[in-house]
Design a protein around this ligand. Structure first.
Ligand code: G4P
Ligand code: NA
Ligand code: NA
Length: 191
């Protein structure tokens, strides 16, 4: 997606050869017009797939996911991050390890919002090692529902999340794919 690539080039800050800061349009301040374009792009890719719900993880996934859900005319659910829970009766729960933050989080979705006949499009802002996406996919499957695919705004292709998800059989659509952040320079994988 050209508009996204341009935004990354002009506003992205390379924090290290592993981490790209995009807090001016995605992770803190949010560019609504760009989010709408992202939603339109994901919605077009999944237009004929019978998607019944969009699923993301709070908080930065919500902006691109709500635009996708708006265009697809389906509800958005965001999984919540919680510290270890006591009451889990009415929740689907998965443990997700964050390499970036080096901590475990439990992500949860209320059982009342996900049922067996759903076809779910998972959206996230970043794909690094794929832990968050795998956690969301496991929850969808434990509900007996189906994962239509995984839509990612920014994939860091030099980390192994995309490969891992594809090897597990999921369709992955990333709107920007970063090959390298080495030497302070952002290099994209060309389509
Ligand atoms: P993974 O799910 O793919 O394995 O990634 P990881 O655990 O490493 O990611 C932890 C958090 O860091 C996630 O946000 C993820 O979106 C974000 N992240 C990963 N790599 C980058 C990066 O290069 N740049 C930026 N800006 N973020 C990155 P989160 O903790 O869920 O926070 P939130 O922003 O959604 O609230
Ligand atoms: Na994030
Ligand atoms: Na995220």
């Amino acid at each position: 997606m050209k508009a996204l690539q341009n935004k990354i080039i002009t506003e992205g800050i390379v924090l290290s050869d592993q981490v790209l800061k995009v807090d001016s349009f995605l992770n803190h301040q949010v560019d609504p017009e760009l989010m709408l374009g992202i939603g339109q792009t994901f919605a077009a890719l999944y237009a004929d797939m019978g998607v019944t719900k969009v699923l993301t993880l709070e908080s930065s996934g919500i902006a691109p996911a709500i635009m996708t859900a708006l265009i697809l005319k389906v509800p958005l659910i965001f999984a919540r991050k919680q510290k270890s829970l006591t009451l889990k009766d009415n929740l689907y729960v998965e443990t997700v390890y964050s390499f970036t933050k080096q901590q475990q989080n439990e992500i949860t979705i209320s059982k009342k919002f996900l049922s067996a006949n759903e076809k779910v499009l998972i959206i996230d802002d970043f794909l690094a090692y794929g832990e968050a996406a795998v956690g969301m996919a496991r929850i969808v499957e434990s509900a007996g529902a189906e994962v239509a695919g995984i839509g990612i705004v920014i994939e860091k292709s030099f980390q192994n999340g995309a490969n891992k998800l594809k090897e597990a059989g999921y369709r992955v659509d990333s709107l920007a794919r970063i090959m390298s952040l080495s030497a302070g320079k952002i290099e994209f994988l060309e389509e």
